[in-house]
Structure formats: structure tokens, C-alpha cells
Design a protein around this ligand. Structure first.
Ligand SMILES: Cc1cc2nc3c(=O)[nH]c(=O)nc-3n(C[C@H](O)[C@H](O)[C@H](O)COP(=O)(O)O)c2cc1C
Length: 279
């Protein structure tokens, strides 16, 4: 199920312009007397009316305290107070007002959340994470990640891919010693996972394993976990350490844990640089 909260507005133009230009929401749908705005998983509809509906609180939540502080810098002119930690709800937040007097809240949660990110956010904001907290990844969360990994596509739906969860720091250290400095992120997290595939055809093994690896990276991100593709792992010694048959293909290893770093969007090519059309 998906949803929209609709609120009546007395000054529809002013309000939609405020939420677009000041807050940064996009127009999701124009319906004449109603405008539906979107940011992440939030759909907020404003409809022209005689009275402005101002009850409740419109809360925007951000990934961390730094983002709340950045929002406060940007919105000091409408903020009601400085950001502060609320121990009861384990949130860091501040309130503001929109031009019609609606109460807005900008906050970050201090605890892990059930998935809430949209597919576009998941694809856009997954980053390679190389610093992690010491907190272990609980089995229930790990199972939810692997539940999503059931739906990785494979050639002929043969499903030859598999994940090897490595708890042993000793084994990870040996693998990092083989890989060199580029393998170091593996030591930073409580867990490492090897992604491999069996299968008769070598190119299909490679394709299935690579897709299953990226599927895991995205599934982990869905639950707020950090990962980093560490390549060059299809090696006899790595396979021996992990009990992976020599004929299987190892796409990569990834650390898995709760991120200790947040990363800004990196610079990327414009679409004209990587999309070709053949007529
Ligand atoms: C095929 C491949 C190999 C990579 N190998 C490594 C690696 O060995 N070690 C590492 O720290 N990061 C590695 N990365 C992560 C890249 O550095 C990272 O994806 C890239 O800088 C873009 O950043 P982003 O993942 O945050 O978007 C690899 C990524 C890919 C896709």
C-alpha cells in the first residue's frame, strides 16, 4: 500500500512554492486545485480551500545529526529553536513553521529503522562504506537481507549463487593479507560476506555472481547496513580459506555492518556520456 496526506491550503501557490523551493520537494502530480509533492517516501498533497488545515506535524527525517544541523543552517529563518536531542523518542530534531503556520519538524532517529527508503533513494544513495560501528548485525536483520537476495535474477533461473558469511576475523585477516590495502574495508565491519556462484557455463557463473553481489549491496542498504565491493577474490587461496569449490566464481567480498560514515553524493557522468541510441 502507498499513501498521500492531503491538507487544505488557503494560499496554494505560496505553499507549493515554499515546499518546492525552500524545502526541496518535487511536484509528483498536478491536479488543478490540488498539488501533490514528493520527497523520498513522503507524498504530501495540498488542495485549495477556504481555510488552511494546520493541525499535526509534517516531519522530515534525515539520515543523521549532521544532516539535521545542515537543515537547521538552511532553515534558521523559519526554525522555532536550535536542534536538540530528545531522549524519550531517541531523536535529534528541531521545529519550524511553513507560511500558513503548519508545524514542521526536521529530525534524525538515533536507532535503526525498518526499511523506509524508496527504490530511487536506494539506487541513488547506496555508497561504498569503509568505516563501521562495533555493533553486531543481528541474525533477524541478516535473514531479512537474505530474504531479499532470493530475488536476484539468474540465467535460466538456475539460482547457482550463494553467500558465505564470514564471522572469523582470522580468516578475514588472511584474505586481506592476500588482497592488500584495497581489502582493508573487510576488517572494519563485524561481518564479511563472500558472493559466489556455481554453474556449468563460466560466463553465466560470473554474471550470476556479480548480480547477486550487487543485489546484496542494495538489500543491505534497504535495512541501513553498509557494504563495499572488494574485488579480486576469485583466487584459489581465498576459496580454500572459505571452503568454496575451485570451479565456482567469487564475484567479491563485502564487509557488512552499521555505517560509521555518511557520504555525500559523488560526482557522476551525465546521462549523455553513457547512453547511446542506435536507430
Ligand atoms: C567491480 C568493483 C570493484 C571494486 N573494488 C574495490 C576494492 O577492492 N576495494 C574497495 O575499497 N572498494 C572497491 N570498490 C568500490 C568502488 O571504489 C566504489 O564503488 C566507487 O568508488 C564508487 O563509489 P560508491 O560505491 O560509493 O558509489 C569496487 C567497486 C566495484 C564496482
Amino acid at each position: 500500500m502507498s499513501g498521500i496526506i492531503f491538507l487544505r491550503s488557503k494560499q496554494l501557490d505560496v505553499i507549493t512554492s515554499f515546499y518546492q523551493k525552500k524545502i526541496g520537494m518535487n511536484v509528483w502530480l498536478e491536479q488543478g486545485g490540488c498539488q501533490i509533492l514528493q520527497d523520498g517516501n513522503l507524498l504530501l498533497g495540498f488542495c485549495a480551500g477556504e481555510e488552511a488545515e494546520t493541525c499535526g506535524v509534517v516531519t522530515f527525517f534525515l539520515p543523521d545529526r549532521q544532516s539535521v544541523d545542515a537543515a537547521w543552517q538552511k532553515h534558521q529563518d523559519i526554525a522555532m529553536a536550535q536542534p536538540a536531542f530528545n531522549p524519550q523518542y531517541q531523536i535529534y530534531h528541531f521545529y519550524a513553521r511553513d507560511p500558513e503556520g503548519r508545524k514542521l519538524e526536521f529530525q534524525s532517529f538515533e536507532h535503526h529503522l525498518q526499511p523506509f527508503i524508496s527504490a530511487t533513494q536506494n539506487l541513488m544513495y547506496r555508497r561504498s562504506i569503509r568505516a563501521f560501528t562495533d555493533e553486531p548485525v543481528d541474525k533477524a536483520t541478516l535473514d531479512k537481507v537474505f530474504e531479499l537476495c532470493r530475488y536476484s535474477p539468474t540465467a535460466n533461473n538456475l539460482q547457482g549463487y550463494y553467500y558465505t558469511v564470514i564471522n572469523s576475523k582470522e580468516i578475514v585477516q588472511k584474505i586481506v593479507a592476500l588482497r592488500g590495502p584495497a581489502g582493508k574495508p573487510l576488517l572494519a565491519a563485524p561481518l564479511a560476506i563472500a558472493i559466489a556462484s556455481r554453474g556449468e557455463k563460466p560466463d553465466r557463473r560470473v554474471q550470476d555472481a556479480c548480480i547477486a553481489a550487487y543485489h546484496l549491496l542494495l538489500a543491505a542498504h534497504t535495512y541501513g547496513l553498509g557494504t563495499c565491493w572488494v574485488t579480486d577474490m576469485d583466487k584459489p587461496l581465498v576459496k580454500e580459506l572459505l571452503g568454496i569449490p575451485d570451479e565456482d566464481y567469487v564475484a567479491c567480498l563485502t564487509p557488512l555492518g552499521w555505517p560509521l560514515e555518511t557520504k555525500a553524493l559523488p560526482s557522476r557522468h551525465e546521462i549523455q556520456q553513457f547512453v547511446r541510441y542506435v536507430d
